[in-house]
Design a protein around this ligand. Structure first.
Ligand code: NAD
Ligand code: MLT
Length: 528
């Protein structure tokens, strides 16, 4: 596997990747050069400079994962990546403190005219009487977007004795109240706030959210901070509002086009302080995001689930801890269930019983579907595209969770409904991570799903298992394990044989022809 790092990221992250994979660091690549070389790579690591466009993704035939060493993924065409089954992951926490502290630094610098004082002194000017500032204490701070960074800014601003109000449509008033913050509507922030700071992503809803109409509703003494994303504030409107005294000041770290072009109106606006997207630029944050992204990339390349993918069902890290040991089992159960099934698949039910039924199991269900579709389709199926492929093939996927225990502390049951039959497989963990199949179509078994397994339901008659053994032996196929599973219904059993190698179709036909054999299926778990 080969990894391309196309933006400058901390060497500590690159070193982690190099321990396991071949890594090329090639920065400042022109767009056409990236398109030329990307087909060689399995993973791509970027910050915000590389634009991972539809055209790049279209030719990225081997690409499995794009890792963003930072938060915002607006430089990546996530939709195109998702359609191609490419995982897009970010490093959402590594630079939170850096961006939070930069916001505080911007707010204080703006309130006390620090950059202007410094620049004046460099020019030999003593601007003491001109640079009158304001205090933060007692002022109202309006935070738009109360996530990781917004929350961090709130905490620090409360410590500086500010009153904090916030607008965030996706958090509850109770959550905000617990943080000592009054949650308000966006329109309420404008007339009340002395400082307004932005901490949400750039989306079609947030683009140009602050513009000449909103500035007109604010106090003329208002000071604005944008350390989130360029484009959330309309730059031309802000430059005009600063010039006309509609707003008193602004501090901006992020721009609609980066690096800024010489004609950006903010460069010449009065009462503004500017930094060149420095929010995450601390030594600690850059190591943090690079290391986080490296671990995420390695997990994806090894087929393991992660909590930081932006184009998969969101997963909290404490939930991942609980469900992680079940992923491999769930995938193998999907693979086994589909091999048992004949006919057209209409629906797949995945049931969770016991302690596992108490957590969010969506990703485990995706693992079942990945195992199920991955073993019958030639197209690449992974955690990103498995739900889309199931949907596009008209397969209904349903999930049932219950705290009730069903013979085991935890039990996962996969039911595949076809137009002919219903096939059922259940599995559990023995110990902390040993996956076991414990029922196949109602027969009680104890199967370690590894290597090649030959499965044959049959009538309970003497000699049948012996005949199957003889057929395999005649073809030089070694049996390495063997068990017979029973049901509550008398008369039939299931044999589950571990074999050392593939069983040719002609041999399977001979086994099926044995009098008393009801079916014969071969499943290959090698490589799963
Ligand atoms: P986060 O996901 O933790 O928080 C974002 C918050 O915005 C969420 O609570 C969400 O509910 C809220 N939100 C979404 N849409 C909204 C809307 N229309 N109105 C109001 N709130 C809305 O993200 P974060 O880690 O706190 O990052 C916040 C922003 O800062 C992102 O844009 C990120 O890219 C940017 N960032 C910039 C720098 C930098 O170098 N300047 C560094 C890190 C992050
Ligand atoms: C981010 O979204 O993480 C920041 O903008 C910082 C960066 O681009 O590295």
């Amino acid at each position: 596997m080969k990894i391309l790092v196309s933006d400058p990221v901390s060497e500590q992250g690159v070193a982690i990747l190099r321990e396991q994979f071949e890594v090329d660091v090639k920065t400042n690549l022109p767009a056409e050069e990236l398109i030329r070389i990307i087909p060689e790579y399995d993973a791509l690591v970027v910050r915000s400079e590389t634009k991972v466009t539809k055209a790049v993704i279209a030719v990225a035939e081997r690409l499995k994962v794009i890792g963003r060493a930072g938060v915002g993924v607006d430089n990546i065409d996530v939709e195109a990546a998702t359609q191609k089954g490419i995982v897009v992951l970010n490093a959402p926490e590594g630079n939170t403190v850096a961006a939070t502290e930069h916001t505080m630094a911007m707010m204080l610098s703006m309130a006390r005219n620090i950059p202007q004082g410094h620049a004046g002194m460099r020019e030999g000017k003593w601007l003491r009487s001109k640079l009158m500032g304001v205090e933060l204490r007692g002022k109202t701070l309006g935070i738009i977007g109360l996530g990781r960074i917004g929350g961090g800014v709130a905490k620090r601003s409360l410590a500086m004795e500010m009153k904090v109000i916030a607008y965030d449509p996706f958090i509850s008033a109770e959550q905000a109240e617990n943080m000592g913050i009054e949650l308000v509507e966006l329109a309420d922030i404008f007339p009340r706030a002395d400082f307004i700071t932005l901490h949400m992503p750039l989306t079609p809803e947030t683009k140009n959210l602050l513009n000449k109409e909103s500035f007109a509703k604010m106090k003329p003494s208002v000071r604005l901070i944008n350390c989130a994303r360029g484009g959330i504030i309309n730059e031309a409107d802000l430059a005009q509002a600063l010039t006309d005294g509609i707003v008193a000041g602004a501090a901006v770290d992020v721009f609609a086009k980066e690096p800024v072009e010489a004609d950006n109106p903010l460069l010449k606006a009065p009462n503004i302080i500017l930094t060149p997207h420095l929010g995450a630029s601390t030594a600690e944050a850059q190591v943090g995001v690079a290391v986080d992204v490296a671990h995420g990339i390695i997990a994806v390349l090894k087929g393991e689930p992660i909590s930081t993918a932006v184009n998969m069902a969101p997963l909290q890290s404490h939930v991942l801890e609980v469900i992680k040991p079940y992923f491999n089992l769930a995938e193998k159960m999907g693979c086994l269930a589909i091999h048992l099934a004949d006919g057209r698949i209409n629906a797949v039910d995945v049931e969770y019983n016991g302690d596992i039924g108490e957590v969010d199991t969506k990703m485990l269900t995706t693992a079942v579907i990945k195992g199920l579709l991955g073993s019958i389709l030639t197209e690449h199926v992974n955690y990103v595209n498995a739900p889309f492929i199931a949907k596009s093939r008209g397969i209904k996927v349903r999930e049932v969770r219950s705290k009730e225990k069903a013979n085991f502390a935890d039990l996962i049951t996969v039911k595949v409904h076809t137009d002919k039959h219903l096939h059922t497989v259940s599995g559990t963990l023995f110990g902390k991570e040993e996956g076991r199949i414990v029922t196949i179509d109602g027969y009680r078994v104890d199967v370690d799903p590894k290597g090649w397994l030959l499965i044959g339901p049959h009538y309970n008659r003497p000699g049948i298992i012996g005949k199957v053994g003889t057929i395999l032996g005649a073809d030089g196929i070694n049996i390495n394990s063997m068990q017979v599973g029973k049901t509550d219904v008398e008369g039939t059993s299931i044999m589950v044989m571990g074999v050392d190698s593939d069983v040719p179709a002609s041999v399977l036909l001979k086994i099926k022809a044995v009098d008393g054999i009801l079916d014969s299926k071969l499943i290959n778990f090698s490589g799963m």
